[in-house]
Design a protein around this ligand. Structure first.
Ligand code: I3P
Length: 126
């Protein structure tokens, strides 16, 4: 995010509805609450929108607001322990934020895992 909390112009790599749960913030465990969220992968961050895809797309313009996670230094991994659900990936940030993303359709979440991993890897090598 920019200094004013807005999102500047950036490359959108992928956007899709996924189930999302934030399970820790700043290393502190949170009560799990799964919500269907429009998730957008940009080159350096993951954005979460509670509203519809249309509103999310509109909000990508400068001045738009979204809940986001900086992918620099993030760790992305499959997890079978953090949820009773299937097809769950976990994203952990260096600041101790932990998110779970899930889709019932395995190929869907597989593509997200690979795309996020690629984004994280290119940030560390760049
Ligand atoms: C949670 C809710 C979640 C579940 C979580 C429960 O209960 O059922 O769906 O996570 O399990 O604690 P509540 O709504 O009362 O907070 P999963 O669906 O991912 O299993 P957990 O405590 O084992 O994380």
């Amino acid at each position: 995010h920019n200094i004013d909390g807005s999102i500047g112009p950036q490359t959108v790599l992928k956007g899709e509805y996924l189930n999302k749960a934030k399970i820790a913030e700043g290393g502190k465990k949170l009560r799990k609450n799964w919500t269907s969220t429009w998730v957008v992968l940009c080159s350096n961050q993951l954005l979460f929108y509670k509203e519809s895809k249309q509103e999310a797309v509109a909000n990508l313009k400068p001045g738009g607001k979204a809940d986001g996670v900086d992918l620099c230094g993030a760790v992305i991994e499959w997890t079978t322990e953090k949820s009773s659900r299937k097809n769950v990936i976990q994203i952990t940030t260096p600041t101790g934020h932990e998110f779970l993303l899930q889709a019932d359709h395995f190929p869907t979440i597989c593509k997200w895992h690979d795309a996020i991993k690629k984004a994280v890897d290119s940030l560390s090598s760049g």
